[in-house]
Design a protein around this ligand. Structure first.
Ligand SMILES: Cc1ncc(COP(=O)(O)OP(=O)(O)O)c(N)n1
Ligand SMILES: Cc1ncsc1CCOP(=O)(O)O
Ligand SMILES: [Mg+2]
Length: 502
């Protein structure tokens, strides 16, 4: 894949830890090509900012014009703008770009340096509200910036929500409030995202270091780069937070003051990824997040490698598959009433028991409980509506569908029996709302989670793709048409069994 283009429109940090310099390190480390539009030159080191000099308006505009004509960006990160005039001019350019090539725009509203020095003129604040907010997709204020913009001090979770809502009311499309500085959560770095429809709270244990120069710049340019790489926003948020956490853990002092966040490449350690706050934890209670939740972990699987995993619509095919040696399978009947499917589910459960197989029932969790099924497979939307505690209390195993980093981390909090990752390739079997993940992402997911849960890859996995998928190290491959549309389902199944489990 060629590197997607990401612009950073920000100030130069002569100390190399923040601003344009941090942004370009981040964009490159995560696989983007960084282009820069310098808004101001700062003279600073690790101890103090001694000067902020806006670049000439013409130089500012000409950088934008030069890039737009040849290197249009998939995503744009905006950092320090030294005053209102440049914010207004930039808003005009962005309006044009949004018409022409729709870049995703992240704005980190830098106004005060971590040393306490004001970085921008007073004219910036009204220009942000009047002109810039309408042109950005995501604004990422810290506590101080949120208070300055919204007039609400985020001194409690409720006020974090209120401050973010105030920015949405001013025209922001989405807000990420960064909790590096929340007094009410001293042990955690908590971020809050909302687009007005959904709320996401992400928590990481605070890294004990004085070397955190450039964290805000790094976070926002990591989000922009992940978006440019075609990750959805919720995945971009968790990836960016993991990138910053890994960088904080490795940060070193270089001058006499706080050193820069380290830039180490794609995050691969699960310990660096944030927790998605879900109902049931102490933190969730503190944040005012409530709702039903499983009281403990689901029954674990007997192995991390579930092998070949056919997903079928008929009990007769289930029986044949069991005869041919398959031991992990699923009955997936769609769009019928409980009455219409009950007999099939009962028969499938009995067959699974007779063959001592791992037989999962898709969707119909009430009937699965009623008939003592081995396992249930549920999708993301079911997490909100199914009685997960009833499934767990019945001792039934739970498999959950996921479609990327965020959903994997969210599902992890529910401690299911396995995680399915999909869809890997385009599939005709089901209309998918998300895009295919591809093998590179699958590799990354497996490396991240393979010791935590059994993992299952699904979606568009034809016979010929099985060896490529197996090479990622995934322990199970689920498929439909590779068997059901084969001329000889028995031969296909036996060959697939040998390829996946042999
Ligand atoms: C093994 C496996 N993985 C994913 C799915 C998809 O489940 P879900 O998201 O609930 O979608 P439907 O199958 O209900 O359309 C699955 N069934 N099995
Ligand atoms: C049920 C389901 N969930 C995600 S992809 C998919 C269908 C997989 O079918 P196929 O193996 O024919 O692509
Ligand atoms: Mg389902």
């Amino acid at each position: 894949m060629t590197r997607p283009i990401v612009w950073t429109i920000a100030g130069s940090d002569s100390g190399g830890g923040a601003g344009i310099q941090a942004d370009l390190h981040t964009i490159h480390a995560l696989g983007g090509h960084g282009c820069s539009v310098i808004s101001a030159i700062t003279a600073q080191n690790s101890v103090a900012v001694s000067m902020v000099e806006p670049v000439l308006m013409q130089a500012f505009s000409q950088q934008l014009v030069a890039l737009a004509s040849d290197l249009p960006a998939q995503a744009i990160k905006i950092g320090l703008l030294p005053g209102g005039l440049r914010a207004e001019v930039l808003a005009r350019y962005l309006r044009e770009y949004r018409r022409q090539w729709q870049p995703y725009v992240v704005y980190d509203p830098v106004a005060i340096a971590s040393t306490g020095k004001a970085m921008a003129q007073e004219s910036l604040l009204p220009a942000i509200k009047q002109h810039l907010l309408a042109e950005v997709d995501l604004i990422t204020p810290n506590a101080i910036e949120l208070a300055a913009l919204s007039g609400i001090t985020p001194d409690s979770p409720a006020n974090v929500r209120r401050g973010a809502a105030a920015l949405l009311a001013m025209g922001a499309r989405a807000v990420l409030v960064k909790g590096g500085h929340f007094d009410w959560a001293p042990e955690q770095a908590i971020d809050f995202y909302t687009d007005g429809e959904r709320e996401i709270w992400l928590a990481s244990a605070r890294v004990e270091t004085t070397h955190g120069h450039g964290t805000g710049c790094t976070l926002s340019s990591a989000i922009a780069t992940a978006i440019a790489l075609d990750y959805p926003i919720e995945d971009a948020l968790v990836l960016a937070k993991a990138y910053v956490t890994q960088g904080l853990k490795a940060a070193q002092g270089l001058g006499a003051g706080p050193g820069p966040v380290a830039h180490l490449g794609w995050p691969t350690d699960l310990n660096d990824f944030p927790t998605v706050v879900m109902p049931g934890s102490t933190l969730a209670e503190q944040l005012g997040i409530s709702g039903p939740h499983p009281k403990a972990e689901f029954a674990p699987m007997d192995t991390l490698k579930l092998g070949l995993y056919p997903v079928v619509t008929s009990v007769s095919l289930l029986e044949q598959l069991l005869d041919w040696g398959v031991r992990t399978l699923q009955l997936r009947i769609k769009d019928k009433t409980d009455d219409q499917v009950e007999a099939d589910i009962k028969a499938a459960v009995e067959l699974g028991q007779r063959f001592n197989a791992r037989l999962f029932i898709n969707d119909y969790w009430r009937l699965a409980i009623k008939h003592g099924a081995y396992g249930v497979h549920l999708g993301q939307e079911d997490i909100e509506i199914a009685d997960l505690e009833a499934i767990r209390a019945a001792g039934i195993k739970l498999g959950l569908s996921t479609h990327g980093y965020y959903e994997m981390l969210r599902a992890r909090e529910l401690k299911p029996s396995y995680l399915a990752l999909g869809h890997i390739f385009p599939t005709k079997t089901k209309d998918m709302p998300s895009r295919p993940q591809g093998l590179e992402r699958l590799h990354r997911y497996v490396a991240l989670m393979e010791t935590e849960f059994p993992l299952v890859a699904i979606g568009g996995i034809s016979r010929d793709r099985v060896p490529l998928v197996a090479e990622t190290g995934i322990g199970s491959i689920a498929l439909v048409t590779a068997i059901t549309e084969s001329d000889n389902p028995e031969a296909a199944t036996r060959e697939l069994l040998a390829l996946v489990e042999g």
